[in-house]
Design a binder for this molecule. Structure first.
Ligand code: HXC
Length: 513
């Protein structure tokens, strides 16, 4: 046979992956094949495959005769928005996308190349897990991948899309990456599946309820984004990457917009209600300050008392953290602390400045919080902010009480600039609580305790519940007119753009986990 013809024959066999029947079944399940997914994800005609001819070396359980094109995973590189990326995509049509020795070696190969070239890596997961026929060789393959995920953490962006099953220890490679996107109804992640759970604990649960996209977005906090289809999920990957640099030594990409930096917004003058107990939607403020009102939230649906996400100001990406007064009054709890700390570390790893919008009455009280370890989880927030060396700008909108004032990127924790609206209230605790403690005797001995308490609370409010005491000590750099917030934030970021900050040399810190 002509040698070029042989090459073409081999290529055609590899292209066909699991064959028409299995591909048809994949489509019936609402899923694309690995090759279809890669083609959609990358810029047109940019995909270069690596290791297409690799196949398994199994001989047991009838494997010697099994033809597994590309060993069930398509690997290579290409471009997104014109910028290079590495990619691997498991193909469920070949041995259920199961991970054997050579399948793992192919993933490790692109992980190594991505690290060496300082380029993001994207994993599209759709797999029955460890290839049962290969036993410990498959397990070893997972270990090699986890190790590389860990080494790559904070060096290059690692994005995972779960587009099918992800069971057992296989969930841990995704969990070690920066962002997990899940596809609703077709993606499921769990350590032990419904059958094992039924046998061991007697609980009955469906795979979807146990590990579907909504479960992991809203309950476990494992997923950062969910999509309704393969297309939507892959679009989200392209969007995330538009905010991220190729690696930790580069600056994030700039996307100029025509939105004037000095654009003022009268709506901000009245967005915070006079009544301190009235909620409002902090997302309105975020949208008002970012370019073209374009805000991209992460983990929306999980710990919604805190909002985190990406936007741009003057074309440059910024990470935004904000208490959400509409949910649990914007208190900080265990889940919000985890969400906040991880986001701050993600931004800091990739040179994205942080803006923190503060309106929180404090930590959520309760035995479930204390027993659940709010001390340990809350400490992550302090650690993450104090550790971060990117520009950090804090804006106090309304309440900043006690420990939560400190935690939300206060001056003492390392904020570079702290601004406040005139509605800001900075105190050790809320006026009612404060009056109850320091004026307890006056209140108890009063003929009208309720009135005395209200008067004393007002006295306390007049004294401390404003930004000026903190500003007089220099803890707040300026009190600004809310209408002009975008301009102030833009200028603050501009002056901090070349900020250089270092932490002491060490192996690594010991963040409370
Ligand atoms: C080898 C596998 C496989 C596996 C699926 N297949 N999983 N082959 N090893 N782990 C094969 C099937 O034999 C079948 O081959 C094809 O893939 C499609 O699978 P189906 O069962 O027909 O598909 P479906 O009905 O959609 O069910 C998908 C599934 C199921 C839920 C994923 O296949 C399943 O339960 N698989 C086993 C999952 C599992 O227990 N994996 C090990 C987890 S433990 P044919 O030739 O018929 O098309 C683990 C440890 C990792 O992963 C530890 C890391 C530290």
């Amino acid at each position: 046979m002509d040698k070029r013809e042989e090459l073409r024959r081999r290529q055609a066999r590899i292209e066909a992956m699991g064959g028409p029947k299995r591909i048809e079944r994949q489509h019936e399940m609402g899923k694309w094949t690995a090759r279809e997914r890669i083609q959609y994800l990358l810029d047109d005609d940019t995909f270069e495959e690596i290791g297409a001819h690799v196949t398994h070396r199994g001989t047991r359980f009838g494997m010697a005769d099994v033809d597994a094109p590309a060993d069930g995973v398509v690997t290579g590189y290409g471009r997104i928005h014109g910028r290079p990326v590495y990619v691997f995509a498991q193909d469920f049509t070949v041995l259920g996308g199961s991970l054997g020795e050579m399948h793992a070696a192919k993933i490790c190969r692109v992980q190594d190349l991505a690290m060496k070239s300082g380029v993001p890596i994207i994993g599209l997961n759709d797999s029955g897990g460890a290839r049962i026929q290969e036993g410990v060789d498959a397990l070893n393959g997972y270990g090699e991948i986890f190790k590389r995920n860990t080494w790559a953490s904070g060096v290059i962006p690692q994005i995972t899309v779960i587009m099918g099953p992800s069971a057992g220890g296989a969930v841990y490679s995704p969990a070690l990456t920066d962002v997990i996107v899940m596809v609703r109804h077709t993606a499921q992640m769990f350590i032990t599946g419904p059958q094992v759970i039924q046998t061991v604990t007697g609980e009955t649960v469906t795979a979807e309820a146990l590990g579907g996209a909504d479960t992991h977005l809203k309950r476990s906090g494992v997923a950062h984004l969910i999509a309704d289809s393969d297309v939507e999920a892959l679009d989200l990957v392209r969007k995330i990457l538009s905010y991220l640099p190729a690696n930790w030594m580069e600056e994030p990409p700039v996307a100029e917009s025509g939105d004037p930096l000095g654009r003022s917004d009268v709506a901000l003058a009245t967005i915070v209600p006079d009544d301190p107990n009235k909620p409002y939607d902090v997302v309105g403020i975020i949208e008002s300050v970012v370019d073209d009102r374009n805000f991209f939230p992460l983990q929306k649906g999980y710990a919604d008392n805190l909002v985190v996400g990406l936007g741009r100001i003057g074309g440059r990406p910024v990470g935004i953290v904000a208490n959400q007064p509409r949910v649990l009054a914007g208190t900080l709890d265990i889940n919000a602390s985890d969400k906040l700390a991880r986001f701050v570390r993600f931004m800091d790893a990739f040179n994205i400045p942080l803006i923190t919008l503060v309106d929180t009455p404090g930590y959520l009280p309760g035995t479930s919080q204390e027993y659940g370890g709010i001390i340990r989880h809350g400490a992550k927030v302090l650690y993450a902010y104090a550790e971060a060396t990117v520009p950090k700008v804090t804006l106090i909108l309304r309440k900043a009480y006690g420990g939560a004032y400190l935690a939300m990127c206060s001056r003492s924790l390392g904020a570079d600039l702290v601004l406040a609206w005139p509605s800001a209230e900075i105190a050790v605790m809320g006026p009612d609580g404060a009056a109850n403690i320091i004026f307890r005797r006056d209140i108890e001995s009063s003929e009208n305790p309720a009135r005395t308490k209200a008067e004393k609370a007002e006295e306390y409010r007049q004294l401390f519940a404003n930004p000026y005491v903190a500003a007089s000590r220099g803890y707040i750099d300026d009190v600004i007119d809310p209408e002009t917030t975008r301009a102030h934030l833009a200028r603050a970021l501009m002056i901090l753009y070349n900020k250089h900050d270092e932490r002491p040399k060490r192996h690594h810190g010991n963040i409370p986990v």
